[in-house]
Each structure stands twice: as structure tokens, then as C-alpha cells.
Design a protein around this ligand. Structure first.
Ligand code: GUN
Length: 273
């Protein structure tokens, strides 16, 4: 069965729109884009379009690649204090002269719609409710729940350990009582681990999940998105030969991508200040 992220994302966006229409104040998401990374520009545009669609006010602040770290931190501090702003997102990656972790740490946890600040990450880790869960893993959990994929007690393999996807994904599956393996480039016998897993979440950015590695009861979620040698959008999973074998699989495109945006909009509709 195909985990249809496009279809579910539309449902989630409808729910968010309804939720926003009932709020006493209009949420306002501010997205900061530093420099002119073409992929980042597209992501930011898509976030702005989605926000408009659900009735969330959005502002994009574009800063030149030459902006200093102090200037950027200053802008964030102003937004933290601004009562009109309910969500702040700094698009990653940032130029090398800017310390990403300093930037993330400066964002107010109650406006941290990415769920990347130490307070929100720490809350998730110690079993307190974070103000926001990171969008991609949260969108994946929504997708698994929509299709009644059992998480509790499942053997889950998360491939990748980034702060944006892999690590929070592992934490969220653990919170839902899965047995989680976080695999990465140093992991031994990754094929065997994938072969016996009930749930595989791949967030690597290269072809890694191959035909013979999966089992017939498994659920495969593909977070990767990149262009192959022919310029075609593809994911981490060899979809054509894996999909006939497994029980559930998310496509690329049309799986995790639209869910990430919808999940971010859900976050942006939460107002704490
Ligand atoms: N760059 C790639 N993914 C993300 C994300 O989820 N949030 C931010 N802020 N930057 C990103």
C-alpha cells in the first residue's frame, strides 16, 4: 500500500485552516533566508505559499550572504520580543561564517516552529511535551498513524542521524514505544537490520534501501529526495523493486515532502505568546 503523503497533507492543511480560522489572533510565521541557496529559496517559497493557503500570515526576511552572525542574532532577538510574531524559522543551511547552533539557541522555544532549540529537543528527550515537534518526523508519524501502521512494539530502523530528521525521528518513535535502531555511515550490517525491521525510515540522500533488503511485512518511509543521473526526482529507496515486496511504502515525490510542509503549518498554527 502506498502511504499517500500528498492526500494526507491536503487533509492536514484543511484541518489547520479550520483551526486558524477559530483562533482569536492570526498566527504570524517569520522565515529568515540567508544568502541565495536555490534549494532553500524554493523551500522558503513553498512554506510561504502553504501559510497563505491556511490563513497564516507569513513574512520572509531575506538577508545577504554577507550578513554577520551578530546581525542575524540581533534580528532573531527582535522577533522573539515582537508580540505580533508567533513563529520564527531560520532556513538551513547557513553560510559557514555563521554558527548554526548559536542561531538555533537564540530562537525563543515558544516560537521555534522547527522544534530545533535545546529546550524543545531536551523536552522531547526527557519525556516532557515540547512546544513544537520537528516537522518532518511529526509529518511521518501522522502518515504512519493515518494508515494504522503499528508503532508500539515495532522494530524500527532510522537511517540517518541529523538533528533535522534522524535524531528527532528516533526519539519520537521511542516515545511511541518502538524499539529503535539509529543507523548511520558507521553502522555494521545495515542490510541485516533493514531486513528484519518492521519500520524503516531512510533519511540519507542517496540510494540505500535496495530490493533484497526488505521483508514482506515492512513499512518503508523514504525521506530522501534528490535527482538521479537522468535528472529524475528520486529517493533513498529503490521504489520499483521494493514496493511489490513490502506492506507499506511512501513514494518520492508525494510522500514525506508534502507531509513536512503540512506538519510545519500545523506547528505554525500553534500560538503560545
Ligand atoms: N533545511 C532543510 N530542512 C529544514 C527544516 O526542516 N527547517 C529549516 N529551518 N531548515 C531546513
Amino acid at each position: 500500500m502506498i502511504l499517500d503523503g500528498k492526500a494526507l497533507s491536503n487533509k492536514v492543511l484543511e484541518d489547520v485552516k479550520e483551526r486558524v480560522s477559530k483562533l482569536s489572533i492570526q498566527p504570524h510565521l517569520v522565515v529568515i533566508l540567508v544568502g541565495d541557496n536555490p534549494a532553500s529559496r524554493i523551500y522558503v517559497r513553498n512554506k510561504k505559499l502553504a501559510a497563505e493557503k491556511v490563513g497564516i500570515k507569513s513574512t520572509v526576511i531575506e538577508l545577504p550572504v554577507t550578513v554577520t552572525e551578530d546581525e542575524l542574532l540581533g534580528r532573531i532577538s527582535e522577533l522573539n520580543e515582537d508580540k505580533d510574531v508567533t513563529g520564527i524559522l531560520v532556513q538551513l543551511p547557513l553560510p559557514e561564517h555563521i554558527d548554526k547552533n548559536k542561531v538555533i539557541t537564540t530562537i525563543s522555544p515558544k516560537k521555534d516552529v522547527d522544534g530545533f532549540t535545546p529546550e524543545n529537543v531536551g523536552r522531547l528527550a526527557i519525556g516532557l511535551e515540547p512546544y513544537f515537534y520537528p516537522a518532518t518526523p511529526q509529518g511521518i508519524i501522522m502518515l504512519l498513524d493515518e494508515y494504522n501502521v503499528q508503532i508500539e512494539g515495532a522494530d524500527a530502523v532510522v537511517i540517518g542521524r541529523s538533528n533535522i530528521v534522524g535524531k528527532p525521528m528516533s526519539q519520537m518513535l521511542l516515545k511511541r514505544n518502538a524499539t529503535v535502531t539509529t543507523a548511520h555511515s558507521y553502522t555494521k550490517n545495515i542490510e541485516d537490520k533493514i531486513k528484519t525491521a518492521d519500520i524503516v525510515i531512510s533519511a540519507v540522500g542517496k540510494k540505500i534501501v535496495r530490493c533484497k533488503m526488505v521483508n514482506k511485512n515492512s513499512c518503508i518511509v523514504d525521506v530522501g529526495i534528490f535527482r538521479d543521473a537522468n535528472g529524475k526526482l528520486t529517493g533513498d529507496v529503490d521504489f520499483d523493486c521494493v514496493s511489490p515486496t513490502v506492506k507499506y511504502i511512501s513514494p518520492v515525490p508525494g510522500g514525506v515532502g508534502p507531509m513536512t510542509i503540512a506538519s510545519l503549518m500545523y506547528n505554525a498554527s500553534k500560538v503560545y505568546v
